[in-house]
Design a protein around this ligand. Structure first.
Ligand SMILES: C[S@@+](CC[C@H](N)C(=O)[O-])C[C@H]1O[C@@H](n2cnc3c(N)ncnc32)[C@H](O)[C@@H]1O
Length: 233
């Protein structure tokens, strides 16, 4: 799916969120700890927005994804080759010191405690096992390090939830059809949310996987969720 939509992924993100995904991702990257230019793993990095935003804050970043076309686009954007594209105007073409790596979030090719923080934007929902993914994140994070996750939420307000679900089921696939010729590829967002728990339950799962101090921030009435958790000592 992601291999197919990679060329238009950034454009569709901008259109379907009216550019707001950039603000939410910057907010996520803003939580990356700044001390001593630590190592950050951006999991399910896609075309690299969060990885590059964290890198610009001074972190040394590894961006990992299992889709080669998404990674190719991430590399192109980081080296400036895709500059001028709709996805790159705001994030700019930076020094390109992010290391891009193809790999599986459920079987990470890193030793224990390798990272000061793990970021993941719109990735948790895509993992075939949320619990296995959270455990892998925990394994590669140093004691005291952070997990920072951005994901679609499930608004508590019934009217907002209804409008939001209708938009994800009807509006978003329309962008997919117009720009990728593929509505089904974008219908997956609503479909994947059906099986994905709400933030409170994700927080409980984080606790179960060893994460502590889970904090949840609801953005835009809970349509988006930012979660921060710490690996205990
Ligand atoms: C919705 S995109 C998010 C991309 C980027 N983080 C963003 O916010 O724009 C989800 C990404 O997760 C990747 N992905 C899904 N499951 C994965 C896994 N098990 N291991 C590595 N990457 C995975 C997909 O290839 C895709 O690029």
């Amino acid at each position: 799916l992601f291999a197919h939509i990679a060329p238009r992924y950034d454009l569709i993100n901008d259109l379907q969120s009216l550019g707001w995904h950039r603000v939410w991702k910057r907010r996520l990257a803003g939580l990356v700890p700044l001390s001593g230019g630590g190592w950050v793993l951006d999991l399910c990095c896609g075309t690299g927005d969060v990885a590059r935003a964290a890198n610009r804050r001074g972190a040394r970043v590894v961006g990992l994804d299992f889709s080669a076309p998404m990674l190719e686009r991430a590399q192109a954007r980081a080296s400036g080759r895709a500059a001028g594209g709709p996805g790159s105007a705001d994030f700019g073409a930076d020094a390109g010191t992010v290391r891009w790596l193809r790999g599986d979030a459920l079987a990470l090719p890193f030793p224990e405690h390798a990272f000061d923080a793990v970021t993941i934007a719109y990735g948790l929902r895509n993992l075939s096992s949320l619990e296995a993914g959270l455990k892998e994140c925990w394994r590669v994070t140093r004691p005291g390090g952070l997990l920072l996750a951005l994901e679609f939420g499930k608004p508590g307000n019934p009217l907002l939830r209804h409008l939001y679900t209708a938009y994800l089921r009807l509006g978003v696939p329309l962008f997919g059809r117009l720009l990728c010729g593929d509505a089904a590829a974008y219908a997956y967002i609503a479909e994947s949310l059906e099986d994905y728990p709400a933030a409170a339950e994700v927080g409980v799962c984080m606790n179960r996987c060893g994460w502590t101090d889970v904090q949840t921030l609801a953005l835009w009435g809970g349509t988006m969720t930012l979660q921060r958790a710490r690996r205990g000592y």
